[in-house]
Design a protein around this ligand. Structure first.
Ligand code: DX5
Ligand code: ZN
Length: 217
């Protein structure tokens, strides 16, 4: 079995020092850098866009995992790809033509993911799963860091794992929201391959150690 990956969400890092944050993460055991793009429409918060990511790309050699919490994501795939994204995840709830958008992401040579909100059932992905590199299970309502983990996520991870097996899919399962050293073990047990963590890492006095902790679960 493949070892799980850790993807720090820089949403909880100091935006005024983002270049230094990336340099610190470069030396950590973080596998990916998770970028939470929010537009104030799909979610009630606004974070940053492609220009921010493009400006920071030179400071990191790690995989840029871009989580688009925006309406009409299809319109922005190319600009995020040019900004340095290695993987783009769009929300099921934000795009009516998921197959087309996923194909577009993959045609650009990037990894393609679909995220689902806590109230969206896993099985709606059944007909697209064989095209995906990643499924993101939201374990909080998207919009903010530091929220409480929703317990129902364990069951959804399990269902996702079964769906992947049914379809002989090698897509990774990512869990995002309220992840900490406390629940990480169970999340991996239930099927998670990629742990996204924001506040657990960046609110800790030693983020590098916190990443190590999640990596060594
Ligand atoms: C929430 C974002 C998450 C968030 C996770 O909308 O998608 O990536 O940053 O933050 P924590 O780990 O603090 O829940
Ligand atoms: Zn995220």
């Amino acid at each position: 079995m493949q070892r799980h990956l850790v993807a720090p969400s820089v949403l909880s890092a100091d935006f005024a020092r983002m270049a230094e944050v990336l340099q610190m993460l470069e030396k950590s055991s973080a596998d990916w850098i998770h970028w939470d793009v929010m537009d104030g429409c799909f979610v009630p918060n606004i974070t940053f866009g492609m220009d921010f990511i493009r400006a920071l790309r030179p400071y990191s050699g790690k995989f840029f995992d871009v989580h688009l919490m925006i309406e009409n994501p299809a319109q922005y795939i190319e600009t995020f790809a040019r900004a340095g994204a290695n993987g783009i995840t769009i929300h099921w709830e934000a795009d009516r033509h998921l197959h087309r958008t996923v194909s577009h992401i993959k045609d650009l040579g990037l990894k393609a993911g679909i995220a689902i909100n806590p109230a969206t059932p896993v099985n709606i992905l059944e007909d697209i799963v064989s095209h995906l590199d990643l499924i993101l299970i939201m374990s909080v309502n998207p919009g903010f860091g530091g929220q409480k983990f929703i317990q129902q996520t364990y069951k959804k991870l399990n269902e996702t794992r079964q769906m992947l097996e049914r379809n002989a899919s090698k897509a990774l399962i990512q869990v995002d929201g309220g992840v900490s050293a406390e629940n990480a073990h169970k999340l991996i047990d239930e099927g998670a391959d990629v742990l996204v963590a924001g506040s657990f890492i960046f609110n800790s006095p030693d983020p590098v150690k916190a990443i190590e902790l999640l990596k060594n679960i």
